[in-house]
Design a protein around this ligand. Sequence first.
Ligand SMILES: Nc1ncnc2c1ncn2[C@@H]1O[C@H](COP(=O)(O)OP(=O)(O)OP(=O)(O)O)[C@@H](O)[C@H]1O
Ligand SMILES: [Mg+2]
Length: 409
Amino acid sequence: MKPPFPGADKEIISIRVMNLMREMVFVLDADKKITFINPAAAETLGYDENVLIGKNMGVFTPGTNDIENLLEQTGLEGSANETEAVLISKYGDMIQVLLTVEAAGGSLGASSAYIIIALDISEHKALERELRMGFDELSALNDILIISRRELERTNAKLVELDKLKNNFISMISHELRTPLTAIKGFLRFLSEGVAGPLNQEQQEFAGLINRNSERLLRLISDLLDMSKIESGTFSINMGKADLTAVINSSIADISSIASAKGIKLEKNYTDKERPAMIDSYRLSQVIINLMNNSLKFSPDKSKITLGIEESGFYRIKYPPYVNTAGLNTCSYYVITIKDGGSGIPEGMHEKIFDRFFQVTQSSTSKPHGIGLGLPITREIINKHGGRIWAESVSGEKGASFVFMIPAE
Ligand SMILES: Nc1ncnc2c1ncn2[C@@H]1O[C@H](COP(=O)(O)OP(=O)(O)OP(=O)(O)O)[C@@H](O)[C@H]1O
Ligand SMILES: [Mg+2]
């Protein structure tokens, strides 16, 4: 092999290389006494180089024979495996090192039997400890997460069970309440009609009061029952061919006495022509009555409620952005609008009012009756018809405007 530095003195080159090395280098004689130590070793261990010449490696490993044993293992020929060890500096600092020992086998002369190279791995070790601690913390966190997830799953299962129980309870109690209430209303009618003898005016008034409150109670019970069916996914409608105009007209007639009691004018903005549609007449009448009841409830005396029916192609209907029309039939639709002159829907609440039990906060003195189930039930009925419902604000105009669409035949 060609010498790497032709003409150069090998020993000088070796010493200069060792002086430049960042690893600690120790050269020992056959008696294991130090004959050379490089500047990196002297500096790291805090000794003057000259002080260490003639000492053995035990200076750096007080109380143990680790390095001595390693040298024994190495023998005078060969090399030992890399070993981790701890060297103690003059100031008592512990330096973790990776040691490589090589027996020179007399090739360096009698004064140089062993070469020991020590790589300072203290930082590496500290990092390893930190990583291990981090890992331990992470696995502890992971254990906590697994436990929390199990608890959440148990709670969730319990909640689903409770929700089912609640729905069953509401459904059962509503049925139980409806039967005696229907009987009360029936006998009340007998009384009012004088079947049990004529009533004087005051008695007639009281009977009327009982009747109105029974009606309200009955509606409340029906709404609770509908809502529990919606929540349990068992709410269904019975579609049949019918005339939408007739259904809307008869719903208006049902409610006209409440309107006239408040002096509210009901204005029909449509012609009475037949409008055939596949609908559940009973449920659609419930929709009109719910919306009209709201308009009447939130409107001042002597105001006006306008109803409109139009027919429009799917793509010409303008929906607010929150209305999801995905999956709707792109056929022709009847678009029904109910517009009142009441308090209106505050900005940002047009979507929320369709949530169950949601009511726009009213001053406690003027809180109107109801529990906030009318609109969510109404929306479900419209959705089941393959339609959509939303509330609109007419800028610059007072009052609320509700619009719904259902497929025209
Ligand atoms: N025409 C309207 N004008 C003003 N606010 C309305 C109108 N319709 C609905 N709202 C608001 O939306 C809320 C929810 O209406 P929804 O019909 O669901 O419940 P409710 O009328 O309060 O009670 P329920 O219908 O169960 O008797 C109402 O409480 C009211 O705040
Ligand atoms: Mg209502």
